[in-house]
Design a protein around this ligand. Structure first.
Ligand SMILES: NC(=O)c1ccc[n+]([C@@H]2O[C@H](COP(=O)([O-])OP(=O)(O)OC[C@H]3O[C@@H](n4cnc5c(N)ncnc54)[C@H](O)[C@@H]3O)[C@@H](O)[C@H]2O)c1
Length: 257
């Protein structure tokens, strides 16, 4: 159990990648605060973890609400001696052709995906920088979720992809700002992963085959595979890795077709 006595916060953990991450961290001994905008979704994940005899607490909050985020993180800091790990998975995605995107839709995606990343990272880093650790050791680990489409363009996801490009450069700048405090900050850039976010792809065998045809590995990824990478990044084995964007995509970003 490599995360014994650690406290983690996983956002967007009611579904998909966040849910798999929350389970993985709890299995390694961490207490996991399971965040989602939906209390029902957060509770379904924390119940799953608690039923395994492991430690999880549901916390509902919308990451785009800076006041709610601060209250959530303050509550965790009051309940536990410190916050060691943030894995920020919460995000939303919609699809629209360029001339059809309404400014309200654009703002909503940026607000949740990019502003939400700022809110949660600032609130958590404020707590992490006070963690007491042995000389030179990491005070905390932050992992954000960008996307391979932070740099690879495609059609009809302008707002989502712009938000993820923002998350990628924000992550690098944050790594610079937090290095003096010995807080590791990295981002994972997944390709196509089988989660509710991709429900439209999963529901249509023809579309799914088309997506898989562009992935050299020949299939979409699984949330548990992303969770394994998260575990490495938040472990003591990754103390000297910071400011990196790590792709996990079955080779999709190598494919130019
Ligand atoms: N699935 C993929 O193929 C893929 C690819 C690249 C990047 N990503 C990124 O990985 C992360 C996880 O994606 P996923 O596929 O598991 O998504 P998902 O839709 O399956 O789950 C996202 C969760 O976030 C929650 N959420 C949405 N808005 C929120 C808010 N404002 N505050 C708190 N929680 C909120 C949702 O309720 C949901 O439970 C996201 O950042 C996503 O952009 C996913």
């Amino acid at each position: 159990m490599i995360l014994k006595d650690k406290t983690s916060l996983v956002t967007g953990a009611g579904n998909g990648i966040g849910r798999a991450v929350a389970v993985r961290l709890a299995k390694e001994g961490s207490t996991v605060y399971v965040n989602d905008v939906s209390l029902e979704a957060a509770t379904s994940t924390s119940d799953l973890i608690n039923e395994m005899g492991l430690d999880a607490v549901p916390v509902a909050s919308d990451v785009s609400d800076s006041i709610g985020v601060k209250a959530m993180v303050d509550r965790i800091a009051a309940e536990r001696p410190g916050l060691d790990i943030l894995v920020h998975c919460a995000a939303i995605q919609t699809e629209a052709a360029f001339f059809d995107i309404k400014i309200e839709e654009w703002k909503k995606i940026i607000d949740v995906n990019l502003n939400g990343t700022f809110n949660i990272c600032q609130a958590c880093a404020r707590v992490m920088k006070e963690n007491e650790v042995e000389d030179g050791r990491s005070r905390g680990k932050i992992v954000t979720m960008s996307s391979i489409h932070d740099v690879i363009p495609r059609l009809n996801k302008f707002h989502y992809d712009a938000s993820k490009g923002g998350v990628a450069i924000f992550t690098k700048e944050l790594a610079l700002a937090l290095a003096p405090y010995r807080i590791n900050v990295n981002s994972i850039a997944p390709g196509a992963i089988e989660t509710p976010m991709n429900r439209n792809v999963l529901a249509d065998e023809t579309v799914k085959k088309h997506v898989e045809g562009r992935i050299p590995w020949g299939r979409m990824g699984y949330s548990e595979e992303v969770a394994d990478l998260v575990l490495f990044l938040v472990s003591g084995s990754a103390e000297y890795i910071t400011g990196d964007i790590i792709r996990i995509d079955g080779g999709r970003s190598l494919f130019n077709g």
